[in-house]
Design a protein around this ligand. Structure first.
Ligand SMILES: NC(=O)c1ccc[n+]([C@@H]2O[C@H](COP(=O)([O-])OP(=O)(O)OC[C@H]3O[C@@H](n4cnc5c(N)ncnc54)[C@H](OP(=O)(O)O)[C@@H]3O)[C@@H](O)[C@H]2O)c1
Length: 328
């Protein structure tokens, strides 16, 4: 049996086409409480793009294997890792900026953050759901405490996190308002959005106000969404931000509506995955996979995700997650 594995390493910060190199590394060994997982699929997230560009150069020493989503199969267990057995199909979010990442054939992880993969999802689908699903769950459920009958605004409902957040909020019984380009309105309505607003065609604030105040805002886009949220929030409304804010924000108006602000950096954990898995099993949540590339084409996966906003009717970037099939 081979004891090496293929990985794709980040070797220099910068453009995707010069940042990565394939390499053979020794397979890692699971320590106490850890699993050795054969990675079947991973996915790329904006965090990967930011890491590749060097936004976190203080956290990431080069060369580094990056990436955080995993769906795979347990192939080894360390001492005391009794929750799983070899052959179990699992999915998880690998800890951010800690240890080897997931652009690799094998990965070692603490069993505490691993869950059984929902049977109804392929590995590619599960890898496309873990990070974005856990972020939406942490934001809407654990932090904002979204309740049945409340009205929520999801900024960027057609995006990776947004497309899960819309489904989640709808499954929780909330009335869902979301911003997306007009060409994505049918898509987000299909995910469960009750009201759609084209953010590229004008100010969203008066359009939200016309529908009534919202109880929760989920910000997946940044800009001035935090300072403008009080204009649309009900009294004691909650705002959840998952994005880095570059500019100072004036939140004085938040006092007027007794607002609560939550800042979320998603953390690994089995409970969130199990909660998402139950929604998948009930048919209330589906990952949206826009493209699948092989591990050797990670740079191309980055370029695709970076395709960013498109102009006119031509969409260069696929809608949904860009997954990476690791096993040949
Ligand atoms: N804190 C955390 O734990 C955490 C976790 C996950 C993600 N994030 C961050 O959250 C952000 C979103 O991640 P993602 O994976 O969902 O990214 P994504 O897939 O790129 O989605 C972003 C979406 O926002 C839309 N959008 C762009 N400008 C908008 C605007 N002004 N108003 C409304 N929607 C707009 C985009 O539409 P077009 O493509 O049509 O432009 C796209 O659909 C990233 O910055 C990421 O780093 C943070």
């Amino acid at each position: 049996m081979s004891t090496s594995m293929r990985v794709v390493e980040l070797v220099r910060f910068g453009d995707a086409d010069t940042a990565f190199a394939p390499r053979e590394l020794p397979r890692p060994t699971p320590g106490p409480g850890q699993l050795l997982v054969r990675v079947e699929a991973t996915s790329v997230n904006p965090l990967d793009l930011q890491t590749r560009r060097g936004d976190y150069r203080d956290e990431v020493a080069l060369p580094a294997v990056i990436g955080n989503d995993v769906s795979g199969v347990v192939v080894g267990t360390g001492p005391g890792a009794d929750d799983f057995r070899p052959g179990d199909e699992v999915w998880y979010l690998a800890p951010v900026f800690t240890g080897q990442g997931t652009y690799a054939e094998f990965h070692v992880v603490d069993q505490a953050v691993v869950a059984r993969k929902p049977a109804g999802l392929s590995h590619v689908e599960a890898a496309g759901l873990a990070l974005v699903g856990m972020t939406a769950w942490e934001g809407l459920v654990e932090r904002a405490g979204l309740r049945v009958g409340e009205r929520v605004l999801v900024h960027g409902g057609a995006g990776g996190v947004g497309s899960v957040a819309v489904q989640l909020a709808s499954a929780l019984g909330a009335e869902v308002v979301t911003t997306a380009r007009a060409r994505d309105h049918e898509f987000v309505t299909g995910l469960g959005a009750d009201h759609t607003i084209d953010f590229s065609a004008g100010d969203y604030v008066p359009q939200v106000r016309a529908l009534g105040a919202v109880d929760v805002v989920l910000d997946t886009v940044g800009g001035d969404t935090l300072s403008r949220s009080p204009e649309i929030l009900a009294d004691r409304g909650r705002v959840v931000s998952i994005v880095d804010i570059a500019d100072p924000q004036n939140l004085l108006a938040a006092w007027g509506v007794n607002a609560t602000y939550h800042f979320v950096f998603v953390s690994p954990g089995r409970a969130k995955l199990d909660a998402l898995g139950r929604l998948v099993d009930q048919g209330k949540l589906r990952p949206v996979i826009g493209a699948v590339l092989p591990l050797a084409d990670v740079a191309q996966a980055h370029t695709l995700l970076e395709g960013g906003p498109t102009t006119g009717e031509t969409r260069r970037r696929p809608r949904g997650k860009i997954a990476v099939a690791v096993r040949r």
